[in-house]
Structure formats: structure tokens, C-alpha cells
Design a protein around this ligand. Structure first.
Ligand code: SF4
Length: 134
């Protein structure tokens, strides 16, 4: 069974404490899934639970899931896929972000250590950079 960003997120403490260096548990789950960021960076998951999570990640990777995308474009598309399927208010709550309605409906949140406005159609880096480059 697939073990993806939302599954990882559900297995995290969901306190958005930031001790992992990410802006939220959702950002951490994304980094674990998309970049193979080490689960050990979250100090609040018990060793037994972390081992179970890692086993599920490893099984998924053997099936070709969760590897680092070939480009940032794929990471953005993966994020947008989630945003098209989920309620924005719920995503904002999960990610420690804020729902905004101007200039269009979306969520302003910290993701992979940067501030972004994520709508259902695109991601805008609020610092002026492009999340699709790199
Ligand atoms: S994933 Fe990061 S933000 Fe979430 S509980 Fe762990 S250390 Fe805190």
C-alpha cells in the first residue's frame, strides 16, 4: 500500500513545532517523501514508530514511489495535485498556513523553508523566486 505525503503527515505529531528545521509537519512530510529527508530529523517520533514509517517508505521506494523528483517542476505538480483534491482550510491547518482570498483563493504557507502562496493552479514564491526552477 502506498505511503505518501499525507500518510507520512498523519503519522507525525502534527504540532508544527519546527524542531526539525521545517516550517510545519506537512513541510517535513513533503521533504521526507520527495527528497528522502531523514525521518530522524523529527525528534518527536518514537523509535519503534519511526522504524515502521521507514519500512513503509522503503517498501514504497522499492516500488518506485517517493524518490526525489527529477526537477522542482515535479515537486510543484505533486503539491498542486494535493491542493486540487483537498479542502484549503484543512490543508492550511495541517501545514500551519493561512487561507487567503486575494488575489485568488489559496494558502500562504512555509514550505521547504520558503514562503509560498499555493493556489489550486500554481505556486508563487513570495520572496520573488520561482519554485519551479532548480
Ligand atoms: S515534523 Fe517537525 S514540526 Fe512536526 S513534530 Fe516533528 S519536529 Fe515538530
Amino acid at each position: 500500500m502506498a505511503y505518501k505525503v499525507l500518510d507520512i503527515y498523519k503519522d507525525l505529531p502534527r504540532t508544527n513545532c519546527g524542531h526539525c528545521g521545517k516550517g510545519s509537519c506537512f513541510a517535513f512530510a513533503s521533504a521526507v517523501y520527495l527528497e528522502a529527508h531523514p525521518l530522524e530529523e523529527c525528534p518527536h517520533v518514537e523509535a519503534e514508530a519511526r522504524t515502521a514509517m521507514q519500512n513503509r517508505l522503503d517498501e514504497g521506494r522499492e516500488r518506485g514511489e517517493g524518490r526525489r523528483p527529477a526537477s522542482s517542476e515535479r515537486a510543484v505538480e505533486a503539491l498542486l495535485e494535493t491542493f486540487r483534491q483537498e479542502d484549503l482550510a484543512i490543508l492550511a491547518e495541517r501545514g500551519g498556513g493561512v487561507v487567503v482570498t486575494e488575489p485568488e483563493e489559496g494558502v500562504r504557507l512555509a514550505f521547504l523553508d520558503e514562503a509560498y502562496l499555493v493556489t489550486r493552479r500554481d505556486v508563487e514564491a513570495l520572496g520573488g523566486g520561482s519554485p519551479r526552477s532548480g
